[in-house]
Design a protein around this ligand. Sequence first.
Ligand SMILES: Nc1nc2c(ncn2[C@@H]2O[C@H](COP(=O)(O)OP(=O)(O)OP(=O)(O)O)[C@@H](O)[C@H]2O)c(=O)[nH]1
Ligand SMILES: [Mg+2]
Ligand SMILES: [Zn+2]
Length: 318
Amino acid sequence: MEGLVTRIHRGHYYVETDGDETVLVCRLRSKLRKRLVYPESDQRRQRVLKVRRGERGGPVAVGDRVRVTAADDQTGVIEEILPPDTELARRAAGTEDRYHERQRLVANVDQIMPVFAVQDPDPHFRFLDRYLVQIEAAELSAIICLNKADLGVPEDVLDMAEVYLAMGYPVLFTSAETGLGLDDLRAALKGHATAFLGPSGVGKSSLLNAVQPDLALHTGEVSEITGKGRHTTTGVARYELDGGGTVIDTPGLRELGLWDVEPESVDVYFRDLAPFIDHCRFPDCVHLTEPGCAVLDALERGDVTPERYESYLRLRGL
Ligand SMILES: Nc1nc2c(ncn2[C@@H]2O[C@H](COP(=O)(O)OP(=O)(O)OP(=O)(O)O)[C@@H](O)[C@H]2O)c(=O)[nH]1
Ligand SMILES: [Mg+2]
Ligand SMILES: [Zn+2]
């Protein structure tokens, strides 16, 4: 039987089988549970160095189409993951320096909605830049959502929104609280398969509830002490929208280690730097101190912002 992974929660995989409404609660066949470990230098070629057992990497993502065998009416085993059309992965959090593990975050979506709050918690644009590089590398589109606009949008957040708009990314200001921007959000989701990603406590689940109240997703309070969310959403789940389209809600991400992005191509994935890189004097220019660097010239002229340039340097490891 084939089916669709619609929810992953505490090591249980919920698979909606084709042709009927049955949802099987599945585990993974042990060969799929083995973690594939890649050497750092060969990360992009994804040559498997060794295979270890474990759960951390997570070979199956919500949105994957899988082949399952049913054990009984309610449970089954995932035997095989069918090749996805698209996927977004990261380097699994907390994996040791020497070996890296790929964690697939979502599969078969066509757009990613990075969600940040305009404040409470303050938006972390360097983190957004990381998302955008990984999203560009995966050839997915991004729609940036800045939520909690009811709290008031600080001047510097407005300025940054302009910067992303100028790069061609749609930016939505929303409030799950007052309904501001929800029509635009609904329109952006309609007819698409979208995954919501972002730090904890920014209102991803609240927004989905606001878009479609019968989802009744669990939402949480931002901790008064740390100002950080407490990871209210604990699993990943996919929902069908009445207006057409599907959404995937994910738990807050603390970090996003780049996966399968070569250092030399980080600049290609910066939409604001990319137009200049072919005009640098040296073809291997890393845009740090080289003479005749068109990126540094653009920075000087103000065509590239210092914030984005700084993000580039960090992601490039310079
Ligand atoms: N003022 C205001 N508060 C909001 C808004 N959206 C969400 N919140 C509040 O922010 C807190 C976190 O909301 P959640 O929807 O649980 O956040 P989340 O991004 O899903 O968090 P995780 O599931 O932990 O990743 C809750 O207390 C919400 O009531 C908004 O638009 N305005
Ligand atoms: Mg949530
Ligand atoms: Zn350069």
